[in-house]
Write a protein that binds this ligand. Sequence first.
Ligand SMILES: C[S@@+](CC[C@H](N)C(=O)[O-])C[C@H]1O[C@@H](n2cnc3c(N)ncnc32)[C@H](O)[C@@H]1O
Length: 376
Amino acid sequence: MADLGRRFVAKIERDGGPLPPELAAAFASVPREAFVTDGFQRRDGTWALPGSAGFLESVYQDDVLVTKVAGGMPVSSSSQPSLMAIMLEALDVRPGQRVLEIGAGTGYNAALLRALGAEVTSVDVQEDVADRARAALERAGVDGVRVLAGDGYAGSPGETFARVIVTVGVSGLSPRWFEQVGDGLVVAPVEHAGTHPVLVARQVAAGDEERVVAQVVCSSGFMSAAGPLLARHPRSHPAPLAQSNGDRLDVVAPARWAGALEAARYRDLQYAAGVWHERATQMPLSGQSQNPLVLLDETGTGGAVILPDGSVLAGGEDPARYAREAKEVLDRWEATGRPSTGAWQIRMSLTDEPGTPIWYPAEWELRPRARSHGPS
Ligand SMILES: C[S@@+](CC[C@H](N)C(=O)[O-])C[C@H]1O[C@@H](n2cnc3c(N)ncnc32)[C@H](O)[C@@H]1O
């Protein structure tokens, strides 16, 4: 285990950057295989079971392990370790703190939180998943973690926590979490322009009113939550397209930059496009390794695609309008110094959904001196 653990930490650091010592120790010591004893789905669709060739090797890759599939779609998993590491670091958890996790999944992230010294309550909406997480934690000899079955929107009523971590994609944050965490941090992947940027959010008092403010920590591609945490809201973007409509698009603007933006800078552009354009989302396009940014028209079949080299393709019922709007997004991103995702200060608003409102990203401001990465 010691050698496996060291190599695992090296892989996580290669993909996600250096880990603080306590987090490296947690990844090196918690046996991930104890949380996937029913196996996981390989990328080719086949199922990897304990004892099958290369099982342990696959468990200790920096990769997501899909542990439950329903209707052909993943519905539970152990997330990518380097992403978990970034989220755990952003959570800034201290020994002895009570942490609420939404999305118990395999129980592995809860075990890592426990290894960091937290007292953990983890909620999963799927009862069988919660049962399996409980059994896995017991198998791994982890105490100090409670797993509850239920919709994470409610948090854990009647309790208080120092931190909330959400490990499933949501469209907004539950006010119940802020009732339970006070002014403590909430780390959550919140939908924006077809992806789930991870936000670190907190409630702050502003005169007589409570506000929720947030910043982006990193990008992510989480599976989506069930229930009211996935409600649509006034700033919801269209869902990402599963299929390309690229054959109906024509090139309307040539490459703007000599080379393509690197992946992280392209995500910065995508994020900014979602701030400025309510129809920004993603769709697959042949020849593109990363799903491109699209400003989708109201019919959902046309609009404009902005590629990583700044070229624009457009089609559908009003290509001229969407081509113009794509150019405006590009011009604005350059005029503001190519802001990174982390440069945005986000203010959230509460929906007026009776009984189950959510805080959703509603207003954005560029933080002074944190604006850009410069040309790349
Ligand atoms: C990516 S997995 C969580 C990974 C987990 N933290 C781990 O370490 O294995 C997402 C989980 O969120 C759960 N989920 C989806 N919607 C939920 C909701 N509304 N409340 C609580 N859990 C939810 C799913 O059942 C799934 O098990």
